[in-house]
Design a binder for this molecule. Structure first.
Ligand code: XMP
Length: 507
């Protein structure tokens, strides 16, 4: 078990993921919330930070319970803090150092640098530099501009590095982390998806016993994997509810329901389309639409929950990134851009205990766990789809006719991506129905019909995204198919905006 102390770096989550890719469990804590009991941690990593150790508000945690007592790796700000706090000297660099650099000196026969050769590319991102090393420290590596790129403190398992081993551009970053965690800290690489499934299923059995649990399935990866883990643990005592809000993709309700039943889940499909569409009638404000869809979902789910006697638990597919107490997340007032609605965000009055089998996992780990319990790519490989569904892809007010136009357009686009082997290269794709009519000509007739926008993005977490350079031939064929097959649409455009400044969904 590895403890990562977060000083607010944008890369902190990446450190945790890299460690876990080595099959070693890691967790992140803010630097000012150091756990009392450190006995379960075999190694500690200090993250980078936007702060300068010379600044007044610089994070300065007391590391006396860690340094010299546990294997310690300090990255970037962490390394500067380590130097600064132990008699070294940290000063502004002559130039701010961002981007690639190469190791020009590497100390020979050093376990920490095993397998890493002179010239190896590393990634820098700092404006301070360590001019003088702390007491008892030995230089382990340098780059052209950074003399103290890596050091260790003699007589301790304490290491500092100025560059970022967690980012992709540090070519031997994983090797370095492995050297530290396995060779130096002596940790076992036993945190595998199979091991996770075994321990989680056992824990769920203990925790839940013979109680009944309800869970809202969305068709997405997280709720599906959460359901399968619970199913393995408590079988028929898990009651799944899959709500059709009338804003799903074409045939999605039937297809996914079928799939869930094949997986052996005890699932009830509830078709509440009419209830959602009634509630949405005439509403064209994006935030109000989101709120209505969220509210009706809770009402429908609550009604269903009441029909199952004696339910004690509500299961949710919450994953680790939703939960990390990050400094940036808690640090400042961030504007509400969109009020998100997720299956599972249910009110307290339901009076249920919460169980979240995936709360330790990152998204890619959820997929690996799903694979390890034999789930099909049909569910594991699906693009993310927002809770409010097509409701936020139909700009303006929503009608049944608009929903079916957009379902047809979306189906042609998504099927096309699959046929052209592009689906798995795209992180998310969909179509937007615009509240715009434009003039066209079909045969000899004038038309005045709807315009749709196609959007396909690459991303890792949806926080930032860029549009995908889809082949022109594909766009050409798709546009033709849409205009020829979907009545009511006479124009197709492709969205070439990145996030930020645009968001992925148009509402
Ligand atoms: P935006 O549009 O904010 O979307 O760039 C980022 C990611 O979040 C998804 N999204 C939602 N997911 N409930 C969800 O479960 C929502 O209300 C919601 N709104 C946006 C969006 O599809 C993209 O993957």
């Amino acid at each position: 078990n590895v403890l990562i102390l977060d000083f607010g770096s944008q890369y902190t989550q990446l450190i945790a993921r890299r460690v876990r890719e080595l099959n070693i469990y890691s967790e992140i804590k803010p630097y000012n919330k150091l756990p009392e009991d450190l006995s379960k941690y075999g190694a500690v990593i200090l993250s980078g930070s936007p702060f300068s150790v010379r600044g007044e508000d610089a994070p300065c945690p007391d590391l006396s319970k860690i340094k010299g007592k546990k294997a310690l790796l300090a990255i970037c700000y962490g390394a500067q803090y380590l130097a600064h706090a132990n008699g070294g000297n940290v000063a502004p660099s002559a130039t701010r150092e961002y981007g690639r650099a190469n190791l020009s000196y590497i100390k020979a026969d050093e376990h920490f640098l095993n397998g890493i050769r002179k010239g190896s590319q590393v990634w820098m991102s700092h404006s301070d530099t360590i001019k003088d090393l702390p007491e008892k420290a030995v230089r382990l590596a340098s780059t052209h501009d950074v003399e103290n790129a890596a050091f260790k403190i003699g007589g301790e398992n304490t290491y500092g590095i100025q560059f970022h081993p967690e980012v992709y551009h540090t070519k031997d970053g994983t090797q370095l982390l492995k050297n530290f965690l396995v060779n130096i800290a002596g940790l076992e690489q036993d945190w595998t998806p199979d091991a996770f499934v075994d321990t989680t299923v056992e824990e769920l059995k203990q925790k839940i016993g013979d109680d009944k649990v309800i869970l809202g399935l969305s068709g997405g990866v997280d709720s599906s994997v959460a359901a399968m883990l619970l199913h393995k643990a408590i079988g028929k005592h898990l009651y799944c509810i899959f709500v059709n809000n009338g804003l799903l993709r074409k045939n999605e309700f039937e297809d996914v329901l079928h799939q869930y039943k094949d997986m052996g889940l005890n699932v009830k499909g509830v078709d509440a389309s009419a209830r959602f569409l009634d509630a949405l009638e005439g509403e064209s404000d994006p935030e109000k639409k989101r709120k209505i869809i969220g509210r009706v979902f809770i009402e429908v789910f609550d009604d269903e929950a009441h029909q199952i006697e004696n339910v004690k638990w509500l299961a949710q597919g919450t994953i680790y990134p939703d939960r990390i107490e990050s400094l940036s997340a808690s640090g400042g007032p961030s504007a509400v851009i969109k009020s998100h609605h997720n299956v599972g965000g249910l009110p307290d009055y339901m009076n249920l205990k919460i169980v979240e089998p995936l709360h330790l996992l990152f998204k890619d780990e959820v997929r690996r766990v799903g694979k390890s319990i034999g789930m099909e790519d049909f569910i594991l490989g699906r693009h993310p789809f927002p809770g409010p569904g097509l409701g936020i892809r139909i700009l303006g007010d929503i009608t049944k006719e608009k929903v079916s136009i957009l379902q047809e357009v979306d189906a042609i686009f998504i099927e096309g991506l699959k046929k052209w082997n592009l689906y798995d290269k795209v992180w998310q794709a969909g179509a937007m129905l615009l509240p715009v009519n434009s003039v066209g000509v079909m045969g000899d007739e004038r038309t005045y019909e709807k315009c749709v926008a196609l959007r396909a993005v690459e991303s890792t977490d949806g926080m930032t995204a860029d549009w995908v350079n889809l082949p022109y031939e594909f766009l050409q064929k798709t546009s033709n198919d849409i205009i020829n097959k979907v009545k009511g649409v006479n124009r197709v455009v492709y969205d070439i905006s990145s996030k930020p400044p645009a968001t992925i969904e148009w509402e």
